[in-house]
Design a protein around this ligand. Structure first.
Ligand code: ATP
Ligand code: MG
Length: 430
C-alpha cells in the first residue's frame, strides 16, 4: 500500500458538509456588492515577487517572513499572492482601466502567507476583497465601510465592532514616525525582539504588536491622530459624520495601524470578541500613494479585505451556518432493466425542472440498501422504479419523512406531480 500523503501544514480542506456556509457567505457578498454597483475583478494568484515587495513594504510581517516565493524554471521570481490589493492595482494599471478614472471592484479567492498556523490563521486562506479607485473624498470611505457593515448584517453577525483611525498623509506620518522612534527608543530595553527589529525599520508596526507584554509601553506612545494635518483631520471628521448619519456605531482606536505599509489616512477594522486572539474579521484603509508607487498615474485608492475562514467560524459559532444541501428526491432503481430507463426519466425530469434536486442511485445495490441511501441523503421523496412498474409505464413515489401511503404515477405524469409536491418553479412541465 502507498504511504498516505498528508496535507501541507496550515492549509485546510473545506469539506462538503461545510460548503453550505461558504456558499451562503459568497452568495450574500455577491448580492451586497451588486447592490452598491461594484463589479467582480479576477486577478492571478501568482505575480512577480517584486509587486508585493514594492507595495506591501519591506518591514512588514508579510514581506519579511510570510511570502511563498520561488524561482520558476524560466528564472522568473514568483510569489503566491498574500493579499489581493497589490494584484488588483497592478491589473488596473496594466489593463489601462484608470483612463475612465473611477472604478469600484471586488474580488474573492485564496491568499497565501507562511504564518504559524492556529485556529483562524492558515497558510492558505480566503478573502473577500473590495477596492475603489479615483475617489479622493471621505464619501467613498463611508460607502465602503457601510458596504462591509451591510454584508456583516446580512450574514446575521452581531458580535462585531468597528474600529477606526487615521494615519494622516505620508508627510504627517514621517514626523510622527520620528516621535515614535524616540519614544520606543527610550524604552528599548523593554521591547520584545520583534519590536526591537521594527524600531528603526517601521516603528508604527510596534503599535500593531499582539504581545500582551508590550501593551503597557504601547499605551503610553504618542498618538498620530493628535498630530494630523488639517486636511486629514477634516477627512476623518467627515467620514465620522457620514457614519453617524447612517447610524453605524464606531470606535476611534488611536493605536490602530495596519500590517501593510501603503495605507494613508483612513484605516479601519471589524473585530469580534467571539474568536479569541484571531479577532479581526475585516480590515482595510485608504492607499492614496499606491497606484503611483506601482507606476500608474497618481490615483487615490481605498479597500478592505474580509477573512472568509474567520467569518465562517463566526457563522458556525452563532448557529448561522446554512444547512447542507440535500436532494429532494432519491431515485431508487429496483429492477434488473430499470437503469437505462431510469437515467432517461431522471434527465427528462431535470429538463423539466431546472431547480429540481434529484439524486439517482448509482452503483446498484439491493432495494433495502438503496432505501437506506435514500434516507441518508436527506431526500424527502423516493422515486422507485422496478421491473414490474417499468412494464406498466409507472413509477412509485414514496414520502420518506411522513407516514403517508405510497402513490403510483404514470411516467408522463411524474414531472407534474413532483412539481406540485415540491413546489418547483420556473420549469416547463411536460
Ligand atoms: P492579522 O493581524 O490577523 O495577522 P492582517 O493585518 O495580517 O491580520 P490583513 O492583511 O489586513 O490581515 O487581511 C485582512 C483579513 O484577512 C484579516 O482581518 C483576517 O480576517 C484575514 N486573514 C489575514 N491573514 C490570515 C490568515 N493567515 N489566515 C486566515 N485569515 C487571515
Ligand atoms: Mg497578519
Amino acid at each position: 500500500m502507498g504511504k498516505i500523503i498528508e496535507p501541507l501544514r496550515g492549509v485546510h480542506d473545506v469539506l462538503p458538509a461545510q460548503a453550505a456556509a461558504w456558499q451562503f457567505l459568497e452568495r450574500i457578498a455577491r448580492e451586497v456588492f451588486a447592490a452598491y454597483g461594484y463589479e467582480e475583478f479576477r486577478v492571478p494568484i501568482i505575480e512577480q515577487t517584486q509587486l508585493f515587495k514594492r507595495s506591501i513594504g519591506d518591514f512588514t510581517d508579510i514581506v519579511e517572513k510570510e511570502m511563498f516565493s520561488f524561482v520558476d524554471q524560466g528564472d522568473d521570481h514568483i510569489t503566491l499572492r498574500p493579499e489581493a490589493t497589490a494584484g488588483i492595482v497592478r491589473a488596473v494599471i496594466s489593463n489601462g482601466l484608470l483612463r475612465e478614472n473611477r472604478l469600484r471592484v471586488w474580488c474573492m479567492g485564496p491568499m497565501f502567507r507562511r504564518e504559524r498556523p492556529q485556529a483562524g490563521r492558515y497558510r492558505q486562506f480566503h478573502q473577500i476583497d473590495c477596492e475603489a479607485f479615483g475617489f479622493p473624498g471621505p464619501d467613498i470611505d463611508a460607502e465602503m465601510i457601510l458596504l462591509s457593515a451591510r454584508l456583516l448584517r446580512r450574514l446575521g453577525l452581531t458580535r462585531v465592532k468597528l474600529l477606526l483611525n487615521s494615519l494622516g498623509t505620508p508627510a504627517a506620518r514621517a514626523v510622527y514616525r520620528d516621535r515614535l522612534t524616540a519614544y520606543f527608543g527610550a524604552h528599548e530595553a523593554a521591547l520584545d525582539e520583534d519590536s526591537k527589529r521594527r524600531l528603526h525599520g517601521n516603528p508604527l508596526r510596534i503599535l500593531d504588536s499582539k504581545n500582551p507584554d508590550m501593551q503597557r509601553i504601547i499605551a503610553g506612545a504618542p498618538l498620530l491622530i493628535d498630530a494630523l494635518d488639517p486636511e486629514s483631520q477634516q477627512h476623518f471628521e467627515s467620514l465620522c459624520a457620514h457614519l453617524k448619519g447612517a447610524g453605524i456605531e464606531y470606535h476611534v482606536e488611536p493605536h490602530l495601524v495596519r500590517g501593510l505599509d501603503y495605507y494613508t489616512r483612513t484605516v479601519f477594522e471589524w473585530t469580534t470578541d467571539a474568536l479569541g486572539s484571531q479577532a479581526t474579521v475585516c480590515a482595510g484603509g485608504r492607499y492614496d500613494g499606491l497606484v503611483g508607487q506601482l507606476g500608474g498615474a497618481a490615483t487615490p485608492g481605498i479597500g478592505w479585505a474580509m477573512g472568509q475562514e474567520r467569518i465562517v467560524m463566526l457563522l458556525e459559532k452563532q448557529g448561522l451556518a446554512a444547512v447542507r444541501q440535500q436532494p429532494q428526491v432519491y431515485f431508487v432503481l429496483a429492477g434488473e432493466r430499470t437503469e437505462i430507463e431510469g437515467f432517461k426519466l431522471a434527465e427528462r425530469l431535470r429538463d423539466a425542472w431546472p431547480d429540481l434536486k434529484l439524486q439517482i442511485n448509482v452503483g446498484g445495490g439491493s432495494i433495502k440498501s438503496q432505501f437506506k441511501r435514500a434516507d441518508k441523503s436527506g431526500a424527502h421523496y423516493a422515486l422507485v422504479l422496478g421491473d414490474d412498474e417499468l412494464a406498466r409505464g409507472v413509477a412509485a413515489l414514496k414520502d420518506l419523512r411522513r407516514d403517508v401511503a405510497q402513490e403510483e404515477c404514470a411516467f408522463e405524469r411524474i414531472s407534474e406531480r413532483l412539481g406540485v409536491l415540491l413546489g418547483l418553479k420556473g420549469g416547463v412541465a411536460e
